[in-house]
Design a protein around this ligand. Sequence first.
Ligand SMILES: [Zn+2]
Length: 313
Amino acid sequence: MFHDPTRIIRLDRRKFLAAASGLIAAGVLPKSVLALAGPHSFKQGVFDITVVSDGTFALPVAVVSPDAKPEELRVLLGLAVDAQTNPVELSPVVVKSGEDVILFDTGTGTNMDATSGHIAESLKAAGMEPASVTKVIYTHAHPDHLWGTLGKDGGPVFPNASYHMAENEWNFWIKPELASMVPKDLEGMVRATQGQLLAIKDMVSMFKTGAEVVPGINVIDTNGHTPGHVSFEFAGGDGLILTGDVVTVPKIFFAHPDWKFGFDADGAAAAKSRRMLLDMAATGKKLMLGYHWPYPGLGRAEAKDGAFVYTAA
Ligand SMILES: [Zn+2]
């Protein structure tokens, strides 16, 4: 008998789905491992906002926070006792404002993991093309927010866009000596990041915190996760804050805003920014968007006993 390759694939797919659905039910895998989460659109003031999925990323449990034991983190995250990673979403945001199609963060690109780098597919699912993006605005320059700027061929994925980054963030990453200043295992990441930045350097504009990056969208200084990390507040209603990586894992950092996240460059500064932003959201009853939060990343904060309670919105 000849093998029927389609049958083998079907069986493997079925086996995979059976295993995956168990893990999803147990909260170990996000639903989006089966398929990319579909675009999620809503209106905020004059802005048409669409959350698009770049995919997911397996965050090592040990990275979630060095301020707690992995056993404790697993319990708080609802993970299995032997889980080594906590899956998180990667959710760039598209904002239509007048003639502009503005993309906040570009995803991981294709060099990181098969589970991520799918922003182009998600844009298509939302009826958009990468070529229709007119502005790319970054919260910060970490790989999972920036490396989707260039395609496999080294060319820009968003060929008609201008690029916008906080001045402090750009100046930090672009320093030629940075690669030799960081620990050896981060050297490659720094060089790859600099490659992406150098490719857009003639098209980049730098903005300052406290300014409007686009009419109705204010830049909030939330440094700490990186030296020039920023968040954005959108006018309309009580306001919407695009938080970036101020709060990476809501199950942990709403209740423990002073804990360090493993990838925070300056833990104390990051904690200060986190408290400031959560306090601002809780006091003003503002809606929040978190890049790594359960899809589509919308949530609210409520102040409680010196910390915060997270509710998905
Ligand atoms: Zn991130």
